[in-house]
Write a protein that binds this ligand. Structure first.
Ligand SMILES: Nc1nc2c(ncn2[C@@H]2O[C@H](COP(=O)(O)OP(=O)(O)OP(=O)(O)O)[C@@H](O)[C@H]2O)c(=O)[nH]1
Ligand SMILES: [Mg+2]
Length: 197
């Protein structure tokens, strides 16, 4: 179980040069804009509004490094696929995520968040492939579980897993900021991950 004693925003980095020195374990969150990355952070850290959230997509514009328990970082990345993003940024996932995945010299795990309600977008599939092409096995998290009826979930779960070509070695977890049990399961999962480092 992840027990959170302290959580502070240490750095909001507009570019890789502003990332904090590597050396701690990092949990990095990627996913399309509005999928719930910042809300995920607040829920698992038990901090109501540490990470800024918004119903308007495009809230997080920098790589935000949260230092937890003075031990490891959770990194909140800007979302991709935001319609108002400039064309240049839309062509790639933006220099922040790509340079993080390709160059970050730290032990890290990538959590790829997808909206449980919808099949993956073309950007979601590209992002999943980009992560795997960097030799990283992402953890997939399906957000906003509370918005689905029980009988809708199994089919959507299978569609998402098959469109992302999820491998046997990949974890897929459901999540909702409105579901205490799912929050605790995620805290357990992350707690074990951190202990195993
Ligand atoms: N019902 C429900 N709403 C959620 C959940 N997670 C996030 N939201 C809502 O979805 C919206 C977007 O959440 P954010 O956490 O700001 O999304 P984000 O991925 O950080 O977005 P960007 O910073 O724009 O990339 C907000 O209105 C949240 O309240 C969830 O599990 N259930
Ligand atoms: Mg955000």
């Amino acid at each position: 179980m992840l027990k959170v004693n302290s959580a502070v925003l240490v750095t909001s980095a507009p570019a890789i040069g502003a990332f904090p020195p590597a050396g701690r374990f990092e949990i990095v969150l990627v996913g399309k804009s509005n999928v719930g990355k910042s809300s995920f952070i607040n829920a698992i850290l038990g901090r109501k509004s540490l990470a800024r959230t918004s119903s308007e997509p495009g809230k997080t514009r920098t790589a935000n490094f949260y230092l937890v328990n003075d031990d490891f970082y959770i990194v909140d990345m800007p979302g991709y696929g935001y319609a108002k993003t400039s064309k240049k940024i839309k062509e790639g996932f933006g220099p922040l995520i790509e340079s993080y995945l390709k160059k970050r010299d730290a032990d890290f795990v990538v959590i790829h968040l997808l909206d449980y309600r919808h099949p993956p977008t073309a950007d979601d599939i590209r992002m999943h492939e980009l992560i795997r092409s960097c030799g990283i096995t992402p953890v997939t998290v399906l957000t906003k579980e509370d918005k689905l009826k029980r009988n809708e979930r199994a089919k959507l779960f299978d569609t998402i897993a098959s469109e992302l070509a999820i491998d046997e070695d990949e974890a897929v977890l459901e999540f909702s900021t409105q579901n205490r049990q799912l929050i605790e399961e995620m805290q357990n999962f992350l707690g074990e991950l951190i202990c195993s480092i």
